[in-house]
Design a protein around this ligand. Structure first.
Ligand SMILES: C[S@@+](CC[C@H](N)C(=O)[O-])C[C@H]1O[C@@H](n2cnc3c(N)ncnc32)[C@H](O)[C@@H]1O
Length: 247
C-alpha cells in the first residue's frame, strides 16, 4: 500500500509565486495541483508553505517558542543546561533538525547552528518557518544563527566548516509515532516521518567528528541510541539527554 506521504500534492494557492511552487514540487517529487489533494497537500500561498490534510493544517511557527526563550525562561530549558559552554562563539550541528525547535533553543543560547533535514517536505516547512522568523523583532537575531542544509547529515555533516563543538541528535523513536498525547498538528507532520533506520551510522558519524560533546535526546525509558552507553545522562520528566564526550 502507498504511504500517505507518497500521495502528496503541491497546491498553488492564492498569492503564491508560481515558479517557486513548481520548483518545490520538483524537489519533493509531487505533482502540482490547482486544488488540495485527497491526502496530504503542501499548500504554497502568499503566507508561505503549509502542510494540510485530514481537516488539519500545519505551518512551522517559531513564534510559539517565544514563551520558552524570553523573560529569563531560556536558562530553565533542560537542553540549554546540558549544552552550556564557556566558548564565545560556539558552533553546533543539529543532525536531525525536524522543525528546528531544539535547534532554536541552541541558537537562542548563543550557538551558530547548522540544521540538517533529509525529508524534503519537512525541510520546505522548516525553511519557510526560518524565513518568517528572520523578520521577527525578537526571533530575527536567533534565526540568523540557524542555517538549514537539506539532505542526509551522515553524508553532509562531516564536511561542515568550522567543525561543530556540539552535535545534537534527536532521531525519531518508534514509540513517539504511536503516541496519542502528541497534538493533532504534529500528528499530521509525523505522517511524513519514519522511525530512524540509521541509528548506528548517525552516532558513528557524530563520534568520528570528535566534537567536544554529542547530545542525544531519548525517551526517558528508551534504549541507548545504537545500543551505545553514553558518558553521562541528564534526566527530565519524559525525556533524557544522553551525552558523549569524545575528546
Ligand atoms: C524527531 S525529529 C527531530 C525534531 C527536532 N529535534 C525538533 O526540535 O523539531 C527527527 C527528524 O530528523 C530527520 N532525520 C533523521 N535522520 C536524518 C539524517 N540522517 N539526516 C538528516 N535528517 C534526518 C527526520 O526526517 C526528522 O525530520
Amino acid at each position: 500500500m502507498m504511504k500517505d506521504s507518497e500521495k502528496l500534492v503541491v497546491c498553488i494557492g492564492r498569492g503564491a509565486q508560481k515558479e517557486a511552487a513548481i520548483a518545490l514540487a520538483k524537489r519533493v517529487g509531487a505533482p502540482v495541483s490547482e486544488s488540495p489533494g485527497e491526502y496530504l497537500t503542501l499548500l504554497v500561498d502568499a503566507d508561505g508553505v503549509a502542510l494540510t490534510g485530514y481537516g488539519l493544517s500545519y505551518r512551522g511557527d517559531f513564534e510559539q517558542m517565544l514563551h520558552r526563550i524570553s523573560d529569563g525562561r531560556l536558562q530553565h530549558e533542560m537542553l540549554v543546561h546540558v549544552a552550556k559552554t564557556k566558548d564565545v562563539h560556539p558552533v553546533a550541528a543539529d543532525a536531525t533538525a525536524g522543525m528546528g525547535e531544539d535547534a532554536l533553543l541552541l541558537a537562542a543560547c548563543g550557538y551558530e547552528v547548522t540544521l540538517y533535514e533529509q525529508n524534503p517536505v519537512i525541510a520546505a516547512l522548516l525553511k519557510d518557518a526560518l524565513r518568517r522568523a528572520r523578520k521577527h523583532p525578537v526571533l530575527g537575531e536567533i534565526a540568523g544563527r540557524m542555517h538549514l542544509v537539506e539532505g542526509n547529515s551522515i553524508e553532509l555533516l562531516p564536511q561542515q566548516l568550522p567543525k561543530p563543538d556540539l552535535i545534537y541528535l534527536d532521531p525519531m523513536f518508534p514509540a513517539r509515532k504511536k503516541s496519542g498525547l502528541i497534538n493533532k498538528k504534529l500528528q499530521l507532520l509525523q505522517k511524513l516521518e519514519q522511525p530512524c533506520m540509521e541509528e548506528d551510522a548517525l552516532l558513528e558519524m557524530a563520534l568520528q567528528m570528535r566534537p567536544q560533546r554529542i547530545i542525544v535526546k531519548r525517551p526517558l525509558k528508551g534504549a541507548w541510541l545504537a545500543g551505545k552507553e553514553p558518558g553521562y545522562t541528564v534526566k527530565g520528566k519524559a525525556i533524557r539527554y544522553d551525552c558523549f564526550v569524545p575528546s
